[in-house]
Design a protein around this ligand. Structure first.
Ligand code: PMP
Length: 394
């Protein structure tokens, strides 16, 4: 009989010639366990997913409770099901009153797709603007606004009428015009290597969008759901979006995403054509139950309150001559080294010698990704930093 590792390599589609090949049998809290019992400390949360830790008991209980009632019943938006309805209410309660309508998807990239269609439908315009080095997803529309030529060239033609602006460059805001349907931007750039907006940048962007009637779409797929220390990252920057995107950490480990907009904008999907946006599985009751429990855990276990101090502890400990810079917004962190050639062996040693799971960034390969579950303790942070420094020193 072939082992899971052999089956993985033989029959599961690969996305690179160097997969991690770490085999995990179970996970709990901040730890993942290999079949031989080796315990790995998860410093990246499945790329921003396990914000409340792996298999949080309240998330498991919510899933279990829903399993006893029903799974899929009907395509999106026809049958009244309590989990998505209650989750929609709970999400909007965390947001400015204008953002009162939620469309559920299965993933981040689908949330991007829905929002792009909605912006075109609402404004009657076609222009889309996003940032260089932005990552918004892998489907055609989301890929079109992703800010990396290298990722896109093989898949052209993509969406027309897309322009990219330089992140944090105020001058480029003039490229946003009466032709622009929407500007899509990560509130804090993730795959660019954790790039925090400069003081005044997001307010200036917000103002320019309002001036020309373009919708501002904030992608909080990676930086939302508590990752940066506020429930939504935009709360720290004094602006509000017209459409908000979420996924990843939203599900507490289950697949779910959403785009959130004012009802008057979302109503564009109801007419001309009717069913302007459809999904079979979006708003799956089990995922919604898990997501509502996740939201409640973040609120009721006060996870946001600890984020800043935990990030500060990482910053305090991660001091070494080879570390060039640490960038962070809450527990979305990038530790910069000279090059990928320096970083890659360090990531490998951290994993196989120190049993610490880290990563680099899609568009920033000289920086180490640190984005642990928000539930990580100070002791676990000390353990992680000691291991990382050991891996750096070797
Ligand atoms: N937007 C951002 C900011 C992301 O980080 C990601 C995923 N890394 C996506 C969109 C796409 O999400 P998904 O992988 O769930 O399609």
């Amino acid at each position: 009989m072939l082992t899971p590792r052999q089956l993985f390599l033989r029959h599961q589609a690969q996305t690179s010639d160097f997969p991690l090949l770490l085999e995990i049998e179970r996970a709990e809290g901040v730890y993942m366990y290999a079949p031989d019992g080796t315990r790995y400390l998860d410093l990246i949360s499945g790329i921003g997913v396990s914000n409340v830790g792996h298999r949080h008991p309240r998330v498991l209980a919510a899933i279990q409770g829903q399993l006893d009632k029903y799974l899929h019943l009907m395509v999106y938006g026809e049958v009244v099901q309590a989990p998505p309805a209650q989750l929609a209410q709970a999400l909007t309660a965390t947001l400015p009153a204008r953002l009162d309508n939620v469309f559920f998807t299965n993933s981040g990239t689908e949330a991007v797709e829905g929002a792009l269609k909605l912006a075109k439908r609402h404004t009657g315009r076609t222009g889309l603007i996003s940032c260089h080095n932005a990552y918004h997803g892998s489907t055609h529309g989301a890929l079109s606004i992703t800010g990396s030529e290298g990722f896109k060239n093989a898949f052209r033609p993509l969406l027309p009428d897309v322009r990219h602006i330089r992140h944090n460059h105020f001058d480029d805001l003039q490229l946003i015009t009466e032709h622009t349907a929407a500007v899509v931007i990560e509130t804090v750039q993730g795959e660019a290597g954790v790039r925090v907006p400069a003081p005044g940048y997001l307010p200036a962007l917000r103002q320019r969008c309002t001036e020309v009637g373009a919708l501002l779409i904030l992608d909080e797929i990676q930086c939302g759901f508590g990752r940066t220390g506020t429930f939504w990252a935009f709360e720290q920057f004094g602006i509000e979006p017209d459409i908000l995107l979420t996924a990843k950490g939203m599900g507490g480990g289950m697949p779910i995403g959403a785009f959130i907009a004012p009802q008057a904008i979302m109503a564009g999907f109801k007419t001309d054509p009717i069913l302007g946006h459809c999904t079979t599985f979006g708003g799956h009751p089990v995922s919604c139950a898990a997501s509502l429990a996740t939201l409640r855990v973040i609120q009721e276990e006060n996870l946001l309150a600890g984020v800043e101090a935990k990030a500060a502890r990482f910053r305090e400990k991660l001091v070494h001559p080879t570390i060039r810079e640490v960038r962070n917004c809450g527990l979305l962190m990038a530790v910069e080294f000279d090059s990928f050639a320096v970083l890659k062996p360090l990531i490998d040693r951290a994993l196989w010698d120190q049993h610490l799971l880290t990563d680099w960034f899609l568009f920033c390969d000289n920086s180490l990704r640190i984005a642990p579950p928000l539930t990580i303790t100070m002791e676990q942070i000390e353990e992680a930093c000691a291991g990382l420094l050991e891996a750096i020193s070797n």
